[in-house]
Design a protein around this ligand. Structure first.
Ligand code: HPA
Ligand SMILES: [Zn+2]
Length: 331
């Protein structure tokens, strides 16, 4: 089974680039930029990676972002992820980044986007990995912050394909961001939102009805609402599921309880992704491997999940077809 997972070319659709910052690189960048981290060693830092919920993780994640200062830092961060993606036979990746977590620290908007874009562009040429970048709004901030940032995103629309919504979910329902999402949709951006990770099925419904999302990030809790689940399946709206994240943030208590099989049985277009691999214990193939072992995924189910990763991507249909054909030539 692990050979199959390794062998299949796949797409990754839910990965926060700041969440791929490994402790080793964090310390290296801190040193390079003369930043004092509150932890004395990598082991001391790693000991903090034991979370009870999303917020406990986010507090550590935002603190880690402080070492990212220059365009080269963002380049190095992206390059490190791309090397892992290559090892996992990822051939297309759609990554998130959080512009506000950098602009709020006084890092100009173009520093992050230019560094990230240059790395992904180089990787496309040198590693053959295609990519899209999705800029996420931090939902714990007021919508006005997102509206204030939006012109910067528009200015860089040649590098940014889509808009997302992430950070603390509870108490920050999608309805809070209708204005900025309506504008983004009007301007032709793809739109996605984290919904139903910790928040209720109602938030998933709002993301669909009020934000008109093209994909749902996580979406686990839609399963609490039978009608909503059937509607999502009927529409073919994809879910970007993140098993190790679900385990580490206690969305599921044990990987054995992960609802992936239920999602597939209900006809949902589920995909497998790593979310924040440096914090949650594994890149995309590790997510497939641990999930497959825990719930007993069949080869057919793994194949379907990988197939879904291309179907649910924002690649043009003609390119999707090429990837799907290559996949079918193997399976
Ligand atoms: O897993 C996550 N959930 C919500 N927001 C995030 N921002 C980075 N990772 C996450
Ligand atoms: Zn996420």
């Amino acid at each position: 089974m692990n050979e199959l997972i390794q062998m299949l070319p796949k797409a990754e659709l839910h990965m926060h680039i700041e969440g791929s910052l490994e402790p080793e690189l964090m310390f290296k960048l801190a040193k390079r930029n003369g930043i004092e981290l509150p932890h004395q060693s990598i082991d001391e830092l790693k000991a903090l990676y034991d979370f009870n919920n999303l917020q406990e993780f986010l507090d550590i994640y935002y603190q880690g972002c402080s070492v990212l200062q220059t365009e080269q830092d963002f380049y190095d961060l992206a390059w490190a992820y791309l090397k892992k993606a290559k090892e996992d036979h990822v051939v297309h990746t759609e990554i998130f980044y959080d512009p506000q977590s950098h602009t709020a620290r006084g890092i100009p908007f173009e520093v992050a986007i230019n560094g990230l874009y240059r790395a992904f562009d180089d990787a496309q040429e040198q590693m053959g990995i295609s990519f899209h970048i999705i800029a996420c709004f931090l939902r714990h901030l007021p919508e006005q912050d997102a509206l204030d940032l939006y012109p910067e995103i528009l200015k860089h629309r040649d590098k940014i394909l889509g808009i997302g919504l992430d950070s603390s979910e509870m108490g920050h329902p999608p309805e809070k961001y209708q204005q900025v999402f309506a504008q983004a949709k009007k301007d032709g951006f793809k739109v996605v939102a984290h919904a139903g990770e910790e928040g209720p099925a109602e938030y998933v419904k709002q993301a669909i009805e009020l934000l008109q999302v093209d994909r749902i990030d996580h979406g686990n809790r839609c399963l609490d609402d039978e009608i909503l689940t059937a509607q999502i399946a009927h529409k073919g709206l994809a879910l970007t599921v993140c098993p190790l994240s679900n385990l580490k943030l206690k969305v599921v208590q044990d990987l054995v309880d992960h609802p992936i099989k239920k999602m597939l049985k209900k006809g949902l277009m589920a995909t497998i992704n790593s979310d924040d691999p440096a914090y949650f214990g594994g890149y995309v193939n590790e997510n497939y491997r641990q999930l497959a072992a825990a719930v007993g995924l069949t080869e057919d189910e793994i194949f379907t999940l990988v197939e879904n990763s291309f179907k649910a991507s924002f690649l043009p249909d003609s390119i999707k077809e090429i990837h799907l054909k290559a996949l079918h030539a193997i399976g």
